[in-house]
Design a protein around this ligand. Structure first.
Ligand SMILES: [Zn+2]
Length: 235
């Protein structure tokens, strides 16, 4: 095999592992952030429901207050129209007002009951949300603990891999070839090389033109796959 290819294959073996560990180190904090945002949304939803139910209860209190006042007025009118001091015209006016008050009280009571029903429904939603939040928070705490452990392990592994990489020779690989190789590691997710297998690139599974296969067989230059750009090799 072309000595440059053989050196690149040696590097690839370790760089593939470095890529995997580095990806893991990037993924872990992102996932933690995402899960933390989801918890935040749940907390916001809960706070919104709590606010909604608090304002409903305040409205119910107002309604109760109003109906107490109306009932007191009703009692007064009843006693005044029956104590014998009012004339017929006044009694008629009292009765008119009393009818109005009764209608208003009845309307207010319906209103209060509707709000109460809604408040009770929201109370149930709040209880369910609180339970879900408690569960999710416990899961998240466990996840965070694991992330911390996995991150530490990955950092240790990465340091070892970098040490090991220093022992690999890149003798004979030109600066330009190394640049191409490094660029491919990034764009091709840690796999810069691909084997030629039965006329196709095993990196992207595209059939290779005859001239590519011939150039590779000559072994005098680096040959890249025209489709995925990976550096081709064959044993
Ligand atoms: Zn390819």
């Amino acid at each position: 095999m072309n000595p440059v290819l053989s050196a690149l294959l040696g590097l690839q073996e370790i760089d593939r592992q470095i890529f995997k560990v580095e990806s893991e180190l990037e993924r872990l904090p992102k996932e933690e952030q995402q899960r933390s945002e989801e918890l935040g949304k749940l907390r916001e939803r809960l706070a919104g429901k709590q606010q909604e139910v608090a304002s409903l209860r305040a409205e119910i209190k107002d309604i109760e207050h109003t109906t107490v006042g109306l009932r007191q007025r009703l009692k007064k009118l009843e006693s005044e129209s029956s104590n014998g001091t009012a004339d017929a015209a006044l009694i008629a006016s009292y009765q008119h007002e009393m009818r109005n008050i009764k209608r208003n009280v009845s309307g207010a009571e319906d209103d209060g009951l509707k709000r109460l029903g809604r408040a009770e429904m929201i109370d149930e939603e709040i209880a369910a949300l609180q339970q879900k939040l408690a569960e999710d928070e416990a899961v998240f705490a466990e996840f965070q603990k694991n992330v911390a452990e996995e991150t530490k392990a990955a950092e240790g592994k990465l340091a070892d891999l970098h040490k090991e990489r220093l022992t690999k020779s890149s003798d004979g690989i030109s600066a330009n070839e190394l640049d191409i190789y490094r660029g491919l590691l990034k764009t091709r997710e840690g796999e810069a090389l691909a084997e030629l297998g039965d006329g196709l690139c095993e990196g992207c599974f595209v059939n290779l033109p005859k001239n590519i296969v011939v150039r590779l067989a000559r072994g005098t230059e680096l040959v890249q796959c025209p489709s995925c750009d990976r550096i081709l090799f064959t044993y």
